[in-house]
Write a protein that binds this ligand. Structure first.
Ligand SMILES: [Fe+2]
Ligand SMILES: [Fe+2]
Length: 195
């Protein structure tokens, strides 16, 4: 058990969840880094909810988690799945189609979590667990199947171009949401002590 979570972590603005600099060469690396960051937020939120004294902190963290998931899936859908669907490879097209369905289910679960922020801790934990199950499935499908299929269908230059397009789309979406452009700092540096 941890003694506590520093407010610097809990108040981490969404922009620090953007892709870290060292993963920019390949789109799979950028997306996998997102997955790692979101998994850390799920784990931290569930752990904070065990501590009744940290209820407000847990809710702040969950609000950041909802925003991070939304940014991730919107960027994937618009940039990565769109490129996969247009590639003319049936496996990729099928994975993109399934992926969009998974994104819709995950986003619905995250909206339900958002609605539960005003409810009891027990309800919030239950909602978060459902969302985490969907996120874990999303992550597994992409990292085990989609990224491998993309490796075969796209050359290194194309994967790097997709990584850059992911970064641009994230910055654009964050601009729409009123956040400044992404700082290139992985959240893991701040959250390392949480593990
Ligand atoms: Fe996805
Ligand atoms: Fe993903």
């Amino acid at each position: 058990m941890h003694d506590g979570y520093p407010m610097t972590y809990l108040s981490t603005p969404l922009r620090t969840l953007a892709a870290p600099a060292n993963a920019a060469e390949d789109v799979a690396g950028v997306l996998a880094a997102d997955h790692d960051q979101i998994a850390v937020l799920f784990a931290a939120a569930l752990e904070l909810l065990h501590d009744r004294a940290r209820r407000a902190d847990a809710r702040d963290l969950i609000a950041s988690l909802i925003a991070a998931v939304s940014l991730h899936v919107q960027t994937e859908t618009r940039v990565v799945y769109a490129a996969c669907a247009a590639r003319g490879v049936s496996d990729l097209r099928d994975l993109a189609r399934e992926g969009v369905r998974d994104h819709d289910a995950l986003q619905r679960a995250m909206r339900a979590v958002g609605d539960l922020l005003a409810g009891s801790d027990d309800q919030l934990v239950a909602g978060l667990r459902i969302a985490k199950t969907l996120f874990d499935r999303h992550r597994e499908t992409e990292e085990d199947e989609l990224f491998t299929t993309m490796d075969l269908a796209f050359g290194p230059d194309e994967r790097a171009a997709l990584a850059a397009a992911v970064e641009r789309e994230k910055a654009r979406l964050q601009g729409e949401l009123g956040h400044p452009p992404p700082a290139r700092r992985p959240i893991e540096r701040r959250a390392a002590h949480l593990r």
